[in-house]
Design a binder for this molecule. Structure first.
Ligand code: AMP
Ligand code: MN
Ligand code: MN
Ligand code: MN
Length: 286
């Protein structure tokens, strides 16, 4: 095994700046307690927590890579592209993310209307009570409201019954394009990473198109070991990474101590014979 694969890197998680429940500082402390050596906070469509996360990582003696997770519409599905190691002051990236966030409030109003039609009233105001960043109201905040108000037992159940395609609180949304997201990240000196590829409901042809186009736009890595993948999927996407000549990333996608089944820093190491994404980003680690 490549020695640099043996690193407790956790390059995917969320804070109150998007849909996590912990502050960047509390996440850094938890990551360090769990043995994380290289960390990245990857809030959805938002980099407002980067300076705090970087400072907290340094205070705990962890390496830090800047991060975000951009929502993209590809072949009619939402795909997530993680960006790592970019310059957080890059203007094109900041403007692109702001544009991607725009429309979330309107979408949330429509989601609340859909829920009202099945007898769940006040969901917009209810979800807002769980929002840390008013610019980033997400389905997760609606899920927390429906659990808190006793409609469902856990957030997973809310998604299944109310917030996924065909369900009353689901509102299709047009996010960034794949090419824009990859270019914002690369243009700011970072590396674009396809997040949790096993989660998308793509046919083999659509998945092939995603990887091919991602690479053509300058994307350089894929998440292989993530909290969203099974052990078989680690093997499958390690193979895909080799086939497409992409580096591999590792991240828990931790959101909350009460909701996430994979804690920071607890996943297996990357499999061998892969280039770890942090090898591409050595000079960007702070
Ligand atoms: P949004 O960006 O508003 O569409 O919300 C997407 C977020 O919802 C994801 O980042 C996850 O945090 C969360 N999510 C999606 N599907 C599920 C699920 N089945 N169970 C729990 N959380 C989910
Ligand atoms: Mn999320
Ligand atoms: Mn995601
Ligand atoms: Mn995520």
């Amino acid at each position: 095994m490549n020695a640099s694969n043996i690193l407790n890197a956790d390059l995917h998680c969320h804070s109150v700046v998007s849909d996590g429940t912990l502050t960047p500082e509390a996440l850094a402390e938890r990551a360090r307690r769990n043995g994380v050596e290289l960390w990245s906070l990857t809030d959805h469509d938002e980099i407002g927590g980067q300076h705090r996360a970087g400072a907290a990582a340094r205070a705990h003696g962890m390496g830090y890579l800047t991060g975000t997770e951009i929502s993209v519409t590809f072949a009619g599905e939402t795909v997530h592209i993680v960006g790592l190691g970019f310059d957080p002051d890059d203007e094109a990236l900041k403007q692109g993310l702001a544009r991607t966030r725009g429309g979330r409030a309107e979408r949330a109003q429509e989601m609340a209307q859909g829920l009202a039609q099945v007898g769940i009233h006040g969901a917009f105001e209810g979800a807002l009570r769980f929002v840390g960043n008013p610019d980033l109201i997400s389905r997760t905040h609606f899920a927390r409201f429906l659990v808190d108000s006793g409609v469902c037992k856990e957030t997973n159940e809310v998604f299944r019954r109310f917030l996924t395609e065909g369900k009353p609180g689901y509102v299709p949304h047009r996010w960034a394009s794949l090419s824009n997201a990859v270019q914002w990240i690369s243009g700011a000196g970072g590396v674009a990473v396809i997040a949790h590829p096993a989660r998308y409901k793509f046919t083999p042809n659509e998945e092939y198109a995603l990887f091919t186009e991602f690479k053509a736009h300058g994307g350089r890595a894929v998440e292989v070991v993530t909290g969203s993948h099974t052990a078989q999927e680690y093997v499958k996407y390690a193979e895909t990474a080799r086939e497409f000549g992409l580096a591999a990333s590792r991240g828990s996608d931790f959101h909350s101590p009460d909701e996430s089944h994979t804690d920071l820093g607890t996943l297996p190491y990357l499999p061998g014979k892969l280039t770890p994404v942090w090898e591409l980003l050595e000079d960007r680690i702070r």
